[in-house]
Ligand binder design. Structure first.
Ligand SMILES: C[S@@+](CC[C@H](N)C(=O)[O-])C[C@H]1O[C@@H](n2cnc3c(N)ncnc32)[C@H](O)[C@@H]1O
Length: 261
């Protein structure tokens, strides 16, 4: 390994060790396989939000081979690097938290994919993008409108309207949308976006507000399988009810949507 790469590797390892638990979204994700292969510090800990399980489900419905991809709110780049591992031609990442963006940028150099992975260290503006992508990942970002990004004077009611607009704006840039939304505005239980906290409320909301622009192809629901492991399965009558034992995150439905032409 060149000395430049050696230094990068130490920087990434140091970053992960220092940033762990430093802030709201810090080291929220697991590290993608290709990045983990070049980071060898066994002490590294990150949170895990079932990235592998989500990605396994997504891959059943979305072809990433040769695809151009955008990952908005890419965090530590799990879905971006994993898309490249699946043969994506190019991935553009937007990440507003600068240390995460730097991590992804350095990890791209370290894994020799810097030509294919573009990192924008900024909060994505849903009203201005003119680019076109085959696949967009917009996972667990929009309930942070008026908090991480956008007008800080937004109210909870208005946040819901903005969320609807922003999902639909995505139809001007992407053919396929992979989407997830939290139940609570800003991630705060005291500010629920859905009064009863039910999967059906989220599904009804997304279905209604997107009916002009998006066709919902699949909805993945987290379930505990017979081995006690989480996997995402197609929505059905058995798994659509709220499962408190799994916690809020795993109750969030995972939508795969295709643009209506
Ligand atoms: C809750 S985490 C979700 C991470 C990832 N998408 C996932 O589901 O595993 C939200 C991430 O999006 C970033 N973020 C929030 N709003 C954003 C925006 N408008 N543009 C880019 N990044 C954003 C945050 O800094 C954070 O890293």
């Amino acid at each position: 390994m060149s000395s430049q790469k050696n230094n990068l590797m130490y920087e990434l390892e140091a970053y992960l060790n220092v940033e762990h638990q430093a802030g709201k979204h810090t080291v929220y994700q697991k590290i993608a396989r290709s990045v983990l292969n070049v980071i060898r510090d066994p002490r590294i800990q990150t949170a895990v939000r079932y990235e592998e399980e989500r990605f396994d489900y997504i891959k059943k419905f979305v072809s990433l081979n040769d695809a151009s991809v955008i990952d908005i709110g890419c965090n530590l780049g799990y879905f971006a690097f994993s898309s490249l591992e699946e043969g994506a031609q190019q991935v553009t990442c937007y990440e507003g938290y600068k240390y995460h963006a730097e991590f992804v940028e350095k990890a791209a150099i370290l894994t020799d994919v810097q030509e294919k992975l573009i990192v924008k260290a900024e909060y994505y503006d849903f009203s201005v993008d003119k680019m076109r992508y085959d696949v967009a990942f917009l996972l667990n970002v929009l309930h942070h409108v008026g908090d991480d990004y956008g007008d800080k004077n937004t109210t909870c009611d208005n946040a819901k309207k903005l969320i609807a607009q922003q999902i639909n704006n995505m139809a001007t840039i992407a053919q396929t949308l992979v989407f997830q939304l939290g139940f609570n505005w800003r991630g705060d239980k005291k500010l629920p976006l859905f009064a009863k906290g039910l999967k059906d409320e989220v599904i009804d909301f997304v279905s209604q507000v997107t009916q002009q622009c998006w066709e919902i192809k699949a909805i993945g629901i987290a379930v505990k399988n017979s081995m006690g492991r989480i996997e995402y399965r197609e929505l059905d009558d058995n798994n659509r009810c709220r499962e408190d034992t799994l916690g809020e995150f795993l109750n969030r439905p995972l939508f795969i949507m295709e643009r209506k032409d």
